[in-house]
Design a protein around this ligand. Structure first.
Ligand SMILES: [Zn+2]
Length: 277
């Protein structure tokens, strides 16, 4: 679809599966399973969505999915049973890896940045050789020095090799990384999670990051227990949701079906309606 002069597309790198109880935090299963049925292991399937934004001379990729480097054990643990779709989806849209000029990761959990790199013999190299890779400085600090709670989500091969080749662009808080493309740090899921806004001044596209992974997380208390700062997620939702409605933002989520929609509110209940393209 078009957001002013920008051509934007969303697609899925594939499905992974996480524990449903963890995804919905304090919300009891009797409520969340009506929205999102769990499998026999209590896991819920989720797409790993990537956003492609094209503007004169710029090819921007937001998120790179789980990537090709996971071990069989990791794939089993995360319920990934298909190869990554990222490069095929880009090719279908006429984009070669060396044409991508900027990669943005909303944060550095493996399901958002695994496709940043691939294994070439015994080296790990950038998938997008001409691109800069942008993420928040705080996210970089936390990903490169994980603690016991965060370690399983950060896989160093997804981001550390990029630094050695000078491809990392660290940003702080709120920046306009390219004309009309804004990154905003929202502490909640992690300290350094960032959302993405694409705007030509009249129309705005908002890409949620895991701050709100899918439409089921629109109700204020529906906050994943993976969030390191859940009360900050709550506070940010109270600011961002009314703004998204007021300014009629086009919204896309990281872990919903790959699609665009708008948010509305009726009697205190938020809902998401897909935009028919
Ligand atoms: Zn995620």
């Amino acid at each position: 679809m078009r957001i002013g002069r920008f051509q934007v597309e969303i697609f899925s790198d594939g499905i992974f599966r996480l524990d449903g109880g963890a995804m919905f935090g304090v919300v009891p299963k009797v409520l969340w399973e009506k929205q999102k049925p769990a499998d026999e292991l209590n896991r819920v399937p989720m797409d790993m969505c990537c956003l492609l934004v094209r503007d004169a001379g710029h090819v921007v990729l937001v998120e790179t999915g789980a990537g090709p480097k996971l071990s069989d054990r990791q794939k089993r643990n995360f319920g990934i049973d298909e190869p990554p779709r990222l490069l095929g989806e880009l090719a279908r849209r006429g984009v070669r890896p060396d044409e991508v000029t900027l990669v943005v990761n909303t944060h550095l959990h493996f399901d958002h940045c695994g496709g940043n790199t691939y294994r070439d013999g015994d080296r790990v190299v950038a998938t997008f050789p001409r691109a800069s890779y942008a993420f928040q400085r705080l996210e970089w600090l936390d990903a490169t020095a994980p603690n016991e709670r965060t370690r399983a989500s950060y896989l160093a091969d997804d981001f550390a090799p990029l630094e050695a080749s000078g491809k990392v662009e660290l940003v702080d808080d709120a920046v306009e990384i390219l004309p009309g493309i804004r990154l905003d740090r929202i502490q909640g899921h992690t300290r350094g999670t960032q959302t993405v806004r694409v705007s030509d001044g009249r129309e705005t596209l908002f890409f949620s990051s895991d701050f709100m992974p899918d439409r089921h997380h629109l109700p204020l208390p529906w906050i994943p227990s993976q969030d390191l700062y859940p009360l900050d997620t709550l506070a940010a939702k109270k600011v961002i949701l009314p703004r998204a409605i007021e300014e009629r933002w086009v919204v896309a989520f990281t872990h919903d079906l790959p699609r665009f929609g708008r948010i509305s509110e009726q009697e205190g209940k938020y809902r998401f309606d897909e935009i028919a393209e």
